[in-house]
Design a protein. Structure first.
Length: 101
């Protein structure tokens, strides 16, 4: 998906912002739990795949609905590509732009 001819490995997970390992900071920053989980997934899987062959993208959403930065970017990219192929105006679909700004 990143135009480098590598296969993309996706790992989707959810996390509660009330989890004991994030609750002390989750109330301070929207998406904190999701972003921390993305970082944790990257570290956990860093040696589990060949980086010359694959890209790894952890996709995380908090149980309350807040997406992690990686998931939000992935959805924006998918919407943009869909807009290029299905939208004659070449604009990305507005519903995705407003939901994942």
């Amino acid at each position: 998906f990143q135009n480098n001819n590598k296969q993309l490995l996706l790992d989707f997970t959810t996390i509660s912002p009330l989890s004991t390992n994030v609750i002390n900071n989750a109330w301070k920053q929207s998406g904190y739990a999701a972003n921390k989980a993305e970082t944790s997934k990257r570290l956990s899987y860093s040696s589990a795949y060949n980086v010359d062959t694959y890209d790894f993208l952890p996709l995380v959403m908090e149980l309350g609905g807040c997406p992690g930065k990686g998931l939000a970017k992935f959805i924006r990219d998918v919407a943009k590509k869909a807009g290029q192929h299905f939208n004659t105006s070449e604009e990305e679909p507005r519903i995705h732009r407003s939901q994942f700004a």
